[in-house]
Design a protein. Sequence first.
Length: 133
Amino acid sequence: MRTIRLLAPVVCVVLAATACTDTDTPDPGAAAPDNPTATAAASSAAGSAPQGGSTPVSAKAVCAYLDGQLPTLKGIGSETGAMANLTVNLYSWYEKQGPVPTGRQIDDQTRQECPATRTEVLKLAGMESFERL
């Protein structure tokens, strides 16, 4: 359990740093990475960004997923742990569904479809908005 408590903030920081990376077109003068794994990871990360602001996953599906996560988040017992769990699992779930929407898009969907679930999930994770993920 101590390992999870130590790793949770690290996971949050890594995911936050990854989310803040610049995905604009690369400088033509910049050298391409020699590592094919790094190239594949970069292209998959860029490919997971939402296309044209689309949110292919329905609000009902997002709310059903979050409802299913509530027992797990309640059982974690710390806001940091719940945020780390939510960040990793929600991102992984969205990746399987298609393009990953922005936090604002998730907020909009959950405000309309399941405001009570949204409030509870965010409270357990110590957040005011999914934009923090």
